[in-house]
Design a protein around this ligand. Structure first.
Ligand code: GAR
Length: 224
């Protein structure tokens, strides 16, 4: 059996996507394992969950550093020391500089609660509803320096209901997030996909029938 890809998860808060990744990694055939969880916020509730799940955790409080570069140098060292091969940003709400992003080019994933490239940034669900679009969703992508952008690995479409509020939509999108983040991590860690010309493509020599899903369409399909 091939060794599993070593993953470092970065969080800033609740960590529900991190929990979905932890659960996925429990499956014997999952091609990745989490070797460290790092939070830039000491009070992040996700830290406690990770520690109880038996994972090494580390707080690197960005406020304790004089610059972004100084913060990122320590973050990089901690990930390197833990032998991390792939980073999963899971609600990690800190912009990263080009230096860090390039060191981890095509080795850092992020999840965002919209169908990128639409609705990058904060207050996604409010803006989605205000725009009157009919389909919301979420995206897992490789990280580039521009916020919430980079080659798209997996997406889920979540229909908007006439009665939707930002909170209601957020919770349905979050359910989809918990499904596509493990899907996307499996695709990358297994080598099923890789980046060519800044687009995610299927690895050509995959045996026929070995393709895994990279999209998810969430229920309900009909209006409520
Ligand atoms: C998730 O909805 C994630 O998509 C979003 O933050 C939330 C974190 O929740 N990330 C972004 O908006 C990144 N731009 P979680 O801590 O429960 O995973």
């Amino acid at each position: 059996m091939s060794p599993r890809t070593k993953v470092g998860v970065l969080i800033s808060g609740r960590g529900s996507n991190m929990r979905a990744l932890i659960a996925a990694c429990e499956a014997e055939d999952f091609p990745a394992e989490i070797v460290i969880v790092v939070s830039n916020r000491p009070e992040a509730p996700g830290l406690d969950f990770a520690a109880k799940a038996g994972l090494p955790t580390r707080v690197i409080d960005h406020k304790a550093f004089p610059s972004r570069d100084a913060f990122e140098a320590v973050l990089h060292q901690v990930l390197h020391d833990a032998h991390v091969e792939l980073i999963c940003n899971a609600g990690f709400m800190r912009l990263l500089t080009i230096g860090f992003v390039e060191k981890w080019r095509d080795k850092q994933l992020n999840i965002h609660p919209s169908l990128l490239p639409a609705f990058k940034g904060l207050h996604t669900h409010e803006r989605t509803l205000k725009a009157g679009v009919k389909i919301a969703g979420c995206t897992v992508h490789f990280v580039r320096t521009e916020m919430d952008s980079g080659p798209i690995i997996a997406q889920a479409a979540v229909p908007i209901l006439p009665s939707d509020t930002p909170d209601g939509l957020a919770s349905r999108v979050l359910e989809a997030e918990h499904q596509i983040y493990p899907m996307a991590l499996r695709l990358v860690a297994s080598g099923a996909v890789h980046v060519v010309n800044d687009l995610v493509v299927w690895t050509a020599d995959l045996p026929k029938g070995d393709y895994e899903p990279d999209i998810l369409i969430s229920p309900p399909f009909a209006n409520a």
